[in-house]
Write a protein that binds this ligand. Structure first.
Ligand code: SF4
Length: 551
């Protein structure tokens, strides 16, 4: 209940204050702001007896307030740190917003495979699964990239039961290149939980989805509940943050807890109870295609007439052209007072060049920490069946858990001792190796969510001189074709490109032909064939079997 208190204050505030006058300033309303901060911490027990449950749909969106509660709410509103300028005034304004957005969505929505699948699916669990997969894939990843992954995923595992019986290795393999690999793992864990513990049925509400399924947070739970099950629950993702911050001119740090709470409250207030899934998708679609981060197309926006960011731009332009006599008949907050917690702080003045992109504002993030790794592509160019490269499996937890990579060691940025450490690592997997053949080829930088990792790339081609001993568990020799379809990260593919571009006789512009050159064209000498037999501890014919052996 405590999380709902700010929303109720905002809703009631919107009803009671009804800001209609010209050039309003929120600092007057908040003259007692500091005093009000103490007051606004109305305990949940004070509110609870009369607090209806909007989310569960047991109350209309804008109820009449019981007299006692109204008095308390009014007291809170008067001291509320949020100006009604940042809220929606009344049901009429909310209704117009919904209607404009939904009719635009009905005309303009993109034809996407997960939408098609969810719309045509009558089985609620299959529908929820279709939405769930898409929502997890779309986190941190663009639609254009996800389409192909989603299509292949649904072909391979069309139902929750199919996914639940897959191996983690298969999941990682299909997820390879999509990034944030824990998402795929959690998705599969969720499928297993549904199948093994929930009778094969996906929970129907946002609350139970978030509570019961691993990896399902507030956003994903709301998206599944609204799109697949029709629950009237709002969602806030990056696109919705941008749209709401612009529509209501919210310039405070959108990553702060307070602003986040306000945005969730706004989303809950706005969601259309008759078409919650479509409404949420429409809000996200608007942010993705019209209200974009850098170049929003305001002239094509269905909610432009209600957009405070757009109004602010027009006003600033009028002021700048000095054609604005006196006070304009528009509403505004009072950002310079520093008292409104949804306005930009006074230290961050309006930037004329940004226009509506002054919203939203994010506090500057800490740069990712820098780390360095030395890694080596160890190759048997003349192995029977084609050249093979050594990959080892990462630990089951942590960054890139369970994925395959070239043998690597953490290195100092100075590079001291990395060569020796890397050689020891290689020998722990492949036995004695000729140190003089280890060549430094270049470096590759790859940024993960919070780490910028620079790989010092080495190469070592065995040239058929050193027989490889038995390959220990957790290591595999793969052909190039197998490498490209295995569960390896994008960073490792970058490393391999450096290796292919640098090894003797390789032309950078012909990597593909080098990779795909059929091994049968090579004709090793009889002596070489004998030597090659030492190089072949395991030669499974497909990566799946390699992977299952590794489990
Ligand atoms: S009018 Fe412009 S800034 Fe406002 S919501 Fe539409 S696209 Fe975004």
């Amino acid at each position: 209940m405590t999380r709902r208190a700010p929303r109720l204050r905002g809703v009631w505030g919107a009803i009671m204050k009804k800001p209609r006058t010209a050039v309003r300033s929120c600092h007057q309303k908040q003259a007692s702001g500091h005093e009000g901060r103490e007051k606004q911490v109305l305990s949940s027990s004070q509110v609870k007896p009369s607090t209806p449950d909007v989310r569960a749909g047991t109350m209309p969106k804008f109820p009449e307030a019981p007299a006692g509660l109204a008095r308390r709410q009014k007291e809170v509103v008067l001291r509320d740190p949020v100006s009604p300028y940042h809220l929606f005034r009344d049901t009429a304004e909310v209704t117009v917003f919904r209607e404009n957005l939904l009719s635009w969505y009905d005309r303009e929505k993109r034809d996407l495979p997960w939408r098609r699948r969810a719309e045509g699916e009558v089985d609620p669990d299959r529908r929820a699964y279709a939405v769930w997969v898409s929502e997890v894939m779309l986190q941190q990843t663009q639609v254009a990239t996800v389409i192909d992954y989603y299509t292949r995923w649904m072909q391979k595992w069309p139902t929750l039961q199919d996914l639940a019986s897959a191996s983690l290795e298969e999941v990682n393999q299909l997820w390879a290149g999509l990034g944030y690999y824990s998402r795929g793992r959690r998705l599969q864990e969720g499928a297993q939980k549904v199948v093994e513990e929930l009778g094969g049925h996906v929970p129907h509400t946002a609350e139970t989805l978030q509570k019961l399924l691993p990896g399902v947070g507030r956003y994903t739970a709301g998206a599944i509940a609204s799109i697949a099950f029709g629950q009237a629950t709002g969602v806030v993702d990056g696109n919705v943050v941008r749209v709401l911050c612009r529509v209501r001119a919210i310039g405070a740090d959108s990553g702060s807890t307070f602003v986040s709470q306000q945005l969730w409250s706004l989303a809950q207030q706005l969601v259309d109870p008759a078409r919650p899934g479509d409404f949420n998708q429409a809000a996200m679609e608007l942010g993705a295609t019209v209200c974009t981060p850098q170049h929003p197309r305001c002239s094509q926006c269905p909610v432009q007439s209600m957009c405070r960011a757009h109004q602010r731009v027009e006003r600033e332009q009028l002021v700048a052209s000095q054609s604005l006599p006196g006070s304009p008949d528009v509403e505004e907050c009072a950002p310079s007072t520093g008292q409104c917690q949804l306005c930009a702080p006074p230290t961050e003045p309006w930037d004329q060049t940004l226009g509506v992109a002054n919203f939203p504002r994010k506090a500057s993030r800490r740069p990712p920490r820098e780390e360095c790794s030395a890694t080596c592509v160890l190759e048997q160019p003349r192995a029977l069946g084609g050249a093979r490269i050594l990959l080892v499996q990462r630990p089951k937890s942590g960054l890139l858990a369970g994925l395959w990579e070239f043998p690597s060691v953490t290195a100092e940025p100075s590079g001291q001792c990395q060569r020796e450490a890397l050689l020891r690592e290689l020998q722990s997997w492949a036995g004695p190796l000729p140190a003089t053949h280890l060549q430094h080829l270049g470096q590759v930088a790859h940024t993960f969510s919070h780490i910028k990792l620079t790989y010092q790339v080495y190469g070592l081609a065995l040239e058929g001189q050193i027989p490889v001993t038995i390959t220990p568990p957790g290591a595999r020799w793969l052909t190039r074709e197998e490498f490209h379809t295995a569960a390896v990260s994008t960073a490792m593919k970058k490393v391999f490109r450096v290796y292919e571009g640098q090894r003797p006789g390789t032309c950078k512009g012909s990597k593909r032909s080098q990779v795909s050159a059929p091994s049968t064209q090579r004709k090793p000498s009889p002596g070489q064939q004998v030597l090659d037999s030492f190089f072949r501890p395991h030669h499974p014919t497909d990566v799946s079997s390699l992977n299952s052996m590794a489990q």
